[in-house]
Design a protein around this ligand. Structure first.
Ligand SMILES: Cc1cc2nc3c(=O)[nH]c(=O)nc-3n(C[C@H](O)[C@H](O)[C@H](O)COP(=O)(O)OP(=O)(O)OC[C@H]3O[C@@H](n4cnc5c(N)ncnc54)[C@H](O)[C@@H]3O)c2cc1C
Length: 387
């Protein structure tokens, strides 16, 4: 007999897993998650830097972070699984008045939305966090002590284990090849490499591949993949054992400790949208130049190119997630386009998506802000604090 499900979720990364968990939490347990890889976490989730922060510049991102960070702080008890949430903070460092004003404005907005622990810090305070930092041109910054890091793979696993314990099914090694719609343009099922599944509701949680999945139903979705590269150093004891994520706003270079080494990140503005996720060895020199400029002792850090990696961001035109029902195909929902924030916003996005699917609205945020129609209606959001 053909399989049926109340909801089919395409993609079992951190976002699909969170949607599955939140649906099950709301009592919707006849849910099937379909993942083409043999293991979870092979998409963007397994490539992430694991950063979580509330220091954003738009209300919707701040609200989603606030909910999510609180969720991460209770994750281990609630999910009976570790999130490895480390509230080591994010430290933004400004080298010009424009950036400092921007941080101050954001801080006021963050406080008005309940994130009251973002501190303005002086050059002197910044160098106390990381004495090895070159601070001669830094004029100040902001620090939020509840920002920090999680283990994305562990969070994803925790969501899925809890979802499955409530009855959600997970099909691995199964590719969705088509989304079927009836004459009224309502979803009627999906075709997969393991057979057909009847369903009236499909959730596209396919990360960087979300637009391809939308197209399977004849829907359009402005989500583009963009390569993003990370470089870990060999064990390096020239920096403190514990320090925040440090962001050099003059270049966008940022770094944090990862075990015995340091994880170096920088968003190369020359990167063009596409599915190429091979690591480019030429990136190492680019990032080390910026690293050594801000932290001179990092010039001595060893780097093994074989340990560096690349993955794909899922970019939208306004760098905000798309969460909501498709205006073109009834029964099709989107939860994607996180533009680099899908790990940190996974608790909120799963909750908002489950609310919208089951009730048509969310009381966590005004979800219409993230609806896909905002692009055709010219209601774009503007987030400039993208790392
Ligand atoms: C290098 C890097 C660093 C990052 N750092 C951070 C960070 O510090 N903080 C943060 O919050 N975010 C970060 N991100 C972004 C974050 O990783 C993503 O936003 C998040 O993982 C998206 O999760 P997802 O579940 O939507 O997508 P994915 O994890 O990509 O999951 C989508 C899944 O869909 C499956 N799939 C696709 N098509 C099909 C199909 N037809 N049939 C079946 N299955 C299908 C894929 O196999 C995949 O497993 C980073 C990303 C990268 C690449």
């Amino acid at each position: 007999m053909a399989e049926t499900a109340d909801v089919v979720i395409i993609g079992s990364g951190i976002v699909g897993s969170s949607v599955a968990y939140h649906l099950a939490e709301h009592g919707c347990t006849n849910v099937l998650v379909i993942e083409r890889e043999a293991h979870q976490g092979k998409g963007s989730t397994g490539k992430s830097m694991g950063g979580v922060r509330a220091q954003f510049s738009t209300p919707v991102n701040i609200q989603m972070s606030r909910y999510s960070i609180d969720f991460f702080s209770h994750f281990d008890e609630v999910m009976d699984h570790p999130a490895d949430y480390r509230p080591h903070g994010y430290l933004f460092c400004a080298t010009n008045e424009r950036h400092l004003e921007y941080l101050k404005t954001n801080r006021e907005l963050q406080a008005s939305l309940g994130v009251t622990n973002v501190e303005l810090v002086t050059q002197q305070q910044i160098s106390e966090f990381v004495p090895q930092l070159r601070v001669d041109d830094i004029i100040g910054g902001t620090f939020c002590g509840t920002d920090g890091f999680v283990d994305p793979h562990s969070v994803m696993t925790g969501f899925m284990l809890q979802a499955r314990s409530r009855g959600v099914k997970l099909w691995l090694d199964t590719t969705v090849t088509r989304i079927e719609t009836g004459p009224t343009r309502h979803v009627s099922g999906v075709v997969t490499s393991r057979g057909n599944v009847s369903t009236r509701t499909v959730v596209d949680a396919a990360g960087p591949w979300a637009a391809e999945v939308a197209a399977m139903a004849g829907a359009t979705l402005p989500v583009e993949p963009l390569r993003r590269q990370l470089v870990p150093t060999e064990p390096f004891m020239g920096l403190p054992q514990r320090f925040p994520m440090v962001i050099d706003m003059s270049t966008g270079f940022h770094f944090r400790r990862e075990g015995k080494g340091i994880l170096l990140a920088w968003n190369d503005p020359q990167e063009k949208p596409g599915f190429n996720s091979d690591f480019d060895p030429g990136f190492i020199e680019k990032i080390l130049t910026r690293a050594a400029d801000r932290v001179p002792c990092l010039a001595d850090a060893g780097v093994n190119p074989r340990r560096a990696w690349a993955g794909l961001y899922e970019m939208t035109p306004d760098h905000h997630a798309i969460i909501g029902r498709s205006p073109e195909v009834d029964g099709l929902y989107f939860v994607n386009g996180f533009s680099g924030h899908g790990v940190m916003h996974s608790p909120a996005s799963g909750r908002i998506a489950a609310d919208v699917i089951l009730r048509g609205y969310s009381d966590l945020i005004d979800a219409t802000q993230l609806a896909p129609e905002r692009f055709s209606e010219g209601r774009l959001l503007h987030e400039t604090a993208v790392l």
